[in-house]
Design a protein around this ligand. Structure first.
Ligand code: ASP
Length: 627
């Protein structure tokens, strides 16, 4: 990454608070910053002066600088001051090896208070002190003054710098797209903004710049990227905010491998620029098909830093048309087209009854009908409440199939294919974390592709795009984009379309989905066919996607792209589990900004200008912070 070259001196300072070294001893210097800590020894006052760049010790001696001493004796923590003096080596034995400036101090001759400070609601100089998050959000400017938030925002800034550099090095053009647009559906609810000039109409805030970036490809921009703000009116979770930032990019004349290859390079370079000390687990990144990750990890964003893969027990249990296991729960699940699968929790064989009950309860809460378990005791004998339903040979074969060793716990779910995969996938992640199986330093990027193009929406009787309505179809699956009825406007759950695979790829990191993209459909006829399956009428299509459909009649290059969530990515690189920790001014679970007190009631005149009237009282919201 390109380094900063400009000096940071200003009329207020000759150096930053992190800059002076032993080699500066004997020179004059001027520093400005916040009082981090103050120690008053009567004649001598010591201040730690802090700015974003570091901390420098400042000494004010009443004998040498009586005026400065008088002013300094009334400063308190977080006052903003400017001090002038001479850099001196600290007395031997008083150096502070933990500070880069720890060999020197500034002996002050002039001292000016630039701004006074009330006692802050929490200590700025104790980074580890626990502070209620709502207080941190209310006084975010003080929270950001603290070391951990500063470090995280710096990391994020380096990240975005690296992103920009790689893109410019590869011929990308950074283009800003508007925030007041027409709805670009990404499957969430739109935020809308009423228009004053055209009463009764609204803009939507973009859920993503999807249509605009495709139009930029038709416009011949060839390679576009943007650090794009997106808005989705969803219920908030740990990794969701109503507005968030994506690295959004689109490329022309590319296939799937071109986009994945470039994005992989971005991911590697960004990781190296931001967290050079963290190893990337595997390069090139492993590529899985959707079917494979669901089979092996029960998740389309697998954390591959540890094994504990899902094991299919169907063949052992006689699920391949064999006589069955004799255990009703397993046999019935298999007979109904379900799956019986297991994971092995290493070393958990000695789990207490209570711990097992908790796991069973957890599996139920995740949607499974039950959770069977077997443990392999020291002598190799298998203990399990279900052993009495199975022959000893069957039990032994089961254990052998799972690969469980002495001291391990085998957890089994027999349910529909989706529930079995999903619940075991979640238990795998939770247990992997509990057992410390994943290396916290490692960055394990994975690609997942070959997603199903559509999923059946039983309620609306149509196919929904699993990802992006513009996604292309794997070429050999194009003939599948048809309905059983022959009429594209009459879809049904048995349509061949349900088997079509999309040219969609997702990038995952350590069990999180960083984002996804696709090679798009760039032919109007095919896009219309896909939209029909998705339940759009021709008029509806024109209304929602008219610009793209029309543009495709004026020469559209084959194109594809991706969007990666910058907030999630920054959180993972900064070892955080919540994206609020890498956002300067995030919102709470109810979408509030506690500092600016937004949202707020508009002025009556604003309603009038917009021709709006508010019906009903304000809803009750809770201000707790999302977890
Ligand atoms: N627009 C998509 C999203 O926001 C990403 C893409 O397909 O490029 O998730």
């Amino acid at each position: 990454m390109r380094a900063m070259t400009t000096a940071l001196d200003t009329p207020y300072r000759s150096h930053t608070c992190g800059q002076l070294r032993a080699s500066d001893a004997g020179s004059p210097a001027r520093l400005a910053g916040w009082v981090h800590r103050r120690r008053d020894h009567g004649q001598l006052i010591f201040l730690d002066l802090r700015d974003r760049h570091g901390i420098t010790q400042v000494v004010i001696d009443a004998a040498d600088a009586p005026d400065a001493h008088r002013v300094a004796s009334r400063v308190r923590s977080e006052f903003v001051v400017v001090v002038t003096g001479d850099v001196a080596r600290r007395l031997e034995g008083t150096e502070n090896p933990r500070l880069p400036t720890g060999e020197i101090e500034l002996r002050v001759t002039e001292f000016t208070i630039l701004s006074e400070a009330k006692t802050p609601p929490f200590y700025i100089n104790e980074p580890e002190a626990p502070v209620d998050e709502s207080v941190r959000l209310r006084y975010r400017y003080l929270d950001i003054r603290r070391e951990p938030m500063q470090q995280r925002l710096l990391l994020r800034s380096r990240m975005v710098q690296a992103i920009r550099e790689v893109h410019h090095d590869h011929g990308f053009v950074e283009v800003e797209t508007p925030t007041l647009i027409k709805s670009t559906p990404e499957g969430a609810r739109d935020f809308i903004v009423p228009s004053r000039l055209q009463p009764g109409t609204v803009y939507a805030l973009p859920q993503s710049p999807q249509q605009l970036k495709q139009l930029l490809m038709v416009a011949g921009i060839d390679r576009y990227f943007q650090i794009a703000r997106c808005y989705r009116d969803e219920d908030l979770r740990g990794d969701r905010q109503p507005e968030f930032t994506q690295l959004d990019l689109e490329m022309s004349f590319v296939d799937e491998a071109t986009v994945m290859g470039f994005v992989e390079q971005v991911a590697i370079e960004v990781s190296r620029a931001t967290t050079p000390e963290r190893p990337i687990r595997q390069v090139p990144f492993p590529v899985f098909t959707y079917d494979e990750v669901i089979e092996r990890y029960g998740s389309d964003k697998p954390d591959v830093r540890f094994g504990m893969e899902l094991v299919d027990l169907g063949s052992v249990l006689g699920g391949d048309g064999g006589p069955g296991s004799g255990f009703r729960v397993f046999d019935d699940a298999l007979a109904a087209g379900g799956r019986v699968k297991a994971i092995v929790a290493p070393g958990l064989g000695g789990a207490t009854r209570r711990e097992i009950d908790d796991l069973v309860e957890r599996a139920r809460r995740l949607g499974a009908k039950g959770l069977a378990h077997l443990s392999v005791a020291t002598g190799g004998e298998v203990k399990s409440p279900i052993a009495k339903f199975l022959s000893p040979e069957m039990t032994a074969a089961l254990v052998e199939r799972t690969g469980a060793a002495i001291g391990d716990l085998v957890l089994i779910i027999a349910d529909t294919p989706d529930v079995t995969a999903d619940v075991l996938g979640r238990l795998r992640v939770e247990l992997g974390e509990r057992l410390g199986l994943a290396d916290p330093d490692e960055l394990a990027y994975v690609w997942v592709h070959r997603f199903p193009m559509y999923q059946w929406d039983a309620e609306l009787g149509r196919w929904d795009a699993t990802h992006n309505p513009f996604s292309g179809v794997v070429p050999e699956d194009e003939p599948l984009l048809v309905t059983a009825s022959g009429d594209p406007a009459r879809p049904s759950p048995d349509d061949p379309a349900g088997r079509a695979r999309a040219l969609q790829y997702d990038l995952g990191l350590n069990g999180w989905e960083l984002g996804g993209g696709s090679v798009r459909i760039h032919r109007r006829d095919l896009l219309e066919r896909s939209f029909l399956l998705q339940g759009h009428t021709l008029d509806g299509m024109r209304d929602k996607f008219g610009a793209v459909l029309e543009a495709f009649e004026f020469g559209a290059p084959p194109h594809g792209g991706i969007a990666l969530g910058i907030d999630r990515w920054a959180a993972l690189l900064a070892r955080q589990t919540n994206i609020r920790e890498v956002m300067a001014f995030p919102k709470t679970a109810s979408g509030s900004d506690l500092m600016l007190e937004a949202p707020s009631q508009p002025e009556t005149s604003q309603y009038e200008e917009l021709g709006l009237r508010f019906v009903g009282g304000p809803g009750k919201v809770s201000d707790e912070v999302a977890t």
